[in-house]
Each structure stands twice: as structure tokens, then as C-alpha cells.
Design a protein. Sequence first.
Length: 149
Amino acid sequence: MSKKTLIIVGLIFVGLAGMVFVSQSSSNQNQTTSSSNTSINSTAFEAISTVQDLKKRLDTKNPSDVLLDVRTPQEFGAGHIQGAINLDMQNPNFNSQIQKLDKTKTYLVFCRSGNRALTASQEMSKIGLKTVYSKGGIVDWQSAGFETI
């Protein structure tokens, strides 16, 4: 083999080795990031898929469960689930109010349709509160024929 051929083969080999190293490094970084995100999301809070599942959970009367309605006081006054505590997520003081909650309790969070409950659960979990948010809200609760007061 000529000197020129040896140099070209050597450069190709070094280039391929470099590509494999970069690819391997990138793959490991993605796996670390992915597993970190999964771990954060899976421990942050749980979800209850249906209002029927929420009702079953409430019927167990677990003393550590607290039903938290994050709708406005007007919405809450128009009808809410018996035993619910109202804490308006849209109130500018929401973050300071959740700081005062008992961290030994589990908060079953719901709203009108599930959107505010999800956002509230995310904020609450950031400060170490255990939350379970309801994907269905008071609209689904009433549509299912469950009682409100």
C-alpha cells in the first residue's frame, strides 16, 4: 500500500471512531436526561383518570386525603363536592397559600375540567406536597349524576 492510501485509511478509521464515540456519548446523555425527567414526573403527582375513580377514592374516607377544589369562590359557591376545601388557583396568593398546607396529607385536586387541577398539582408538587389530580372536573362529576352541594 502506498503512503497516501495508508493516510486515507487512517483518517477514515479515526473519523469513524470519532463518530461512534460522539454517538455513544449523545445516547448516554439522552438516556440520563430521559430517566431524570421520568423520575421527576412519575414521583411528582398521580392522576385519577375518571370522576368514577375519584368517587371510589373519596368513598374510602382515607383520613390523609384532602379534597381540594381549585376553582374560583364563585364557581365553588355554585356547586361543589361535599367536604371539598376551596383554594382558588387563579388567586395571586395561591403559591403562598399552598405553602401553609399540611405536607403529611394527600391532596385530591380538581377543578371544572381538569386543566387547573393539573397546573395546581404541578405547583404543589414543586414544594413537596403529595397531590393526586383529577383529569375530570366538576362538569364530569355532575354529568355522572354525583351529588354536589
